[in-house]
Design a protein around this ligand. Structure first.
Ligand SMILES: O=C(O)[C@@H](CO)OP(=O)(O)O
Ligand SMILES: [Mg+2]
Length: 425
């Protein structure tokens, strides 16, 4: 029987040395599943709230309230529910919390439990997680977006732009995409070393961006692609997460590196110049979450040839995705389970995006753990793309390597890899 027998919650630690929540679910048939809450640094204001509390010595970073909520309220309420009924489980979590943003029990509590139930249900069904998530629907191996330089909130705001990434858009397999990007990553490292600029890595494993301008980082990225023996824009293209909500509000954008302030149109023009000059195929959060008109203008000018992703702007919310599709604010969405707070809500956002013809990118957070669930979600939900950060940090490699294992399970040649525009569907 796949009914939930018990849920245990424990405090574990994430890749930034901060406490986080792990839930462990045991079913009546003995199957178990574990889920861990990741944590973002650049967060959208409408994300599910993670519950953090006093814990004197931890300065408000502790998660003891979230753990207590799982023990005292969530575990008793879910006992006896069939783990195969993920939506029922998640509806119970949403109802129990009772707020619009999981503020009472904490999105970190609900997401850990929701993922743990998903894992346990897959184990009980005797299926790998990706196959269980697919529910019999067609799947694909996602194209990876891999960070080469990590800036913004992940590197003490060393650059304004948060993620400088590479997409190996012509790779024929995930294994090949990883290989190409690893070469570019290492080339970028030696380039930094030669310039006396190598200063370790940022939160997601991308090189610490010791640059004097955002453009210098872009130029270095192009040089790294060339040094690795590839043609920029051909085998390897550039993908950026501007994370503009971090430095833009009320239509004003403060570029610290260049010591200037731009209005919404100025910011868009600044980015459009990059789009002309560099082989950029995807831009995430080019304008702030409170600038939907700016986003719509930006998408109107480049959306026919480029992916424009809403992350902080859409916070993995199906209603917001539908509204964005109607208003043309963006043409793709980042899918982060902990932004929504439950597996079912994230899945609904992904489904809404596909109905709207949006690109979908399953994404990790900047604070991560060894949990590899998102590798399986990207495959099982057929998202087409996966964003996990970089190399050089094992919480990232655990996920990339997991996709390699999943790819091995596919029959050779039966599943094509897609580029950012979904070619090969
Ligand atoms: O903005 C993002 O897309 C993510 C991952 O790069 O960062 P964070 O988890 O800090 O929100
Ligand atoms: Mg982002």
């Amino acid at each position: 029987m796949s009914t939930i027998r018990s849920i245990h919650a424990r405090r574990i630690w994430d890749s930034r040395g901060r406490p986080t929540v792990e839930a462990e679910v045991t079913l009546a048939d003995g199957a178990t599943g574990r889920g861990i809450a990741p944590a973002g640094a650049s967060r959208g204001t409408r994300e599910a709230i993670e519950l953090r509390d006093g814990g004197d010595r931890l300065g408000g970073l502790d998660v003891s309230q979230a753990l207590a909520g799982i023990r005292d309220e969530i575990a008793p309420a879910l006992r006896g529910i069939d783990a195969l009924k993920q939506e029922e489980v998640d509806e119970r979590l949403i109802g129990l919390d009772g707020t619009v943003n999981k503020a009472r029990l904490g999105g970190n509590a609900t997401v850990a439990v929701s993922l743990a139930v998903l894992h346990a249900a897959a184990a009980s069904s005797g299926m790998p997680l990706w196959r269980y998530c697919a529910g019999g629907q067609p799947v694909s191996i996602p194209l990876p977006e891999i960070q080469i330089f990590g800036g913004g909130a992940h590197a003490g705001r060393r650059t304004d732009v948060q993620d400088f990434m590479v997409v190996a858009q012509r790779a024929q397999s995930f294994a090949e995409a990883l290989e190409i990007t690893a070469e570019i990553y290492r080339a970028a490292g030696s380039l930094m070393a030669e310039r006396g600029r190598l200063q370790g890595v940022a939160d997601e494993g991308g090189w610490w961006p010791a640059f004097d301008s955002n453009e210098e980082a872009l130029d270095a990225l192009v040089s790294a692609i060339e040094r690795a023996g590839y043609t920029p824009g051909h085998e390897a293209a550039i993908s950026l997460d501007i994370a503009a909500s971090e430095f833009g509000r009320n239509g004003r954008y403060r570029l610290a590196m260049e010591d200037r302030e731009l209005d919404s149109d100025g910011m868009a023009e600044y980015l459009l110049r990059w789009c002309e000059r560099y082989p950029i195929v995807s831009v995430e959060d080019p304008l702030a979450e409170d600038d939907p008109d700016g986003l719509a203008r930006f998408t109107a000018s480049v959306g026919d040839r480029m992916q424009v992703i809403g992350d902080d702007f859409l916070v993995t919310n199906a209603n917001l995705v539908e509204r964005a599709a109607a208003n043309g604010n963006v043409n793709a969405v980042l899918i982060k389970v902990n932004q929504a707070g439950t597996v079912s809500e994230a899945k609904a956002a992904c489904a809404a995006a596909k109905r709207a013809g949006f690109g979908t990118i399953v994404s990790a957070r900047s604070g991560e753990t060894e949990d590899v669930a998102i590798a399986h979600l990207a495959v099982g939900w057929d998202s087409g793309q996966l964003k996990v950060g970089s190399f050089a940090r094992s919480e990232r490699m655990a996920k990339w390597n997991e996709v390699l294992r999943i790819e091995e399970q596919f029959e050779a040649g039966s599943v094509g890899i897609r580029d950012v525009f979904g070619r090969g569907k």
